[in-house]
Design a protein around this ligand. Structure first.
Ligand SMILES: [Mg+2]
Length: 188
């Protein structure tokens, strides 16, 4: 069973893990950002146990011109403020504005955002890192880096894609309905 301590780092996907994923749309402003239930408490509890904590998020709405990097910065500033007020701590938010079609790009499942985190926080060890996500690309990102992969419940079509990859070599270490449930599973 996973036992987190200060030698561990936590990598959190954003949409579908921290805030509600908007079907077919991007969260473009704070009004569209909805915390998932129990998230603030879970982030506080998890980040009090771990040494470092990051958000790693693909945001190609920027690359598509549907939102500006400043919009994203405003959302993240408010998100971080509320996390801090709730007793949590995120060391950095990494986002990839690239289009999925641009090559190369920094998007998950590519490791670019994790490599950036380790560059800025050299104490981060991927073998002692947890990736929490709700997409196939999150799980592939975690696996390629050797992280402990936690899948949060997701939409059916994503699950279908995930199951298909699990028949090959995709490895998921734990599954939970929400970030809050993952946090509760570690308690005690
Ligand atoms: Mg997601």
């Amino acid at each position: 069973m996973l036992k987190l301590d200060k030698t561990w780092a936590l990598f959190l996907d954003r949409d579908g893990v921290i805030n509600r994923r908007l079907p077919g749309a991007y969260v473009r402003n704070w009004e569209e950002f909805q915390w998932l239930p129990g998230t603030l408490k879970a982030i506080a509890g998890l980040t009090q146990r771990t040494g470092r904590a990051f958000v790693v998020t693909n945001q190609q709405g920027v690359g598509k011109g549907l939102m500006a990097e400043e919009d994203l910065a405003r959302i993240h500033a408010r998100m971080l403020r509320q996390i801090k007020d709730a007793g949590g701590r995120i060391d950095a938010v990494y986002y990839c504005p690239d289009l999925a079609s641009s090559v190369p790009n920094c998007r998950k499942p590519g490791p670019a955002m994790a490599l950036q985190a380790r560059k800025e926080f050299p104490e981060v060890e991927f073998q002692r890192s947890v990736m929490v996500g709700d997409s196939l690309s999150d799980m592939q990102f975690g696996q390629v880096l050797g992280m402990y992969n936690v899948l949060i419940a997701t939409k059916e079509e994503e699950l279908t894609a995930i199951r298909k990859e699990e028949k090959k070599d995709l490895r998921i270490n734990a599954r939970h309905p929400s970030l809050h449930d993952f946090y509760l599973s570690l308690a005690g």
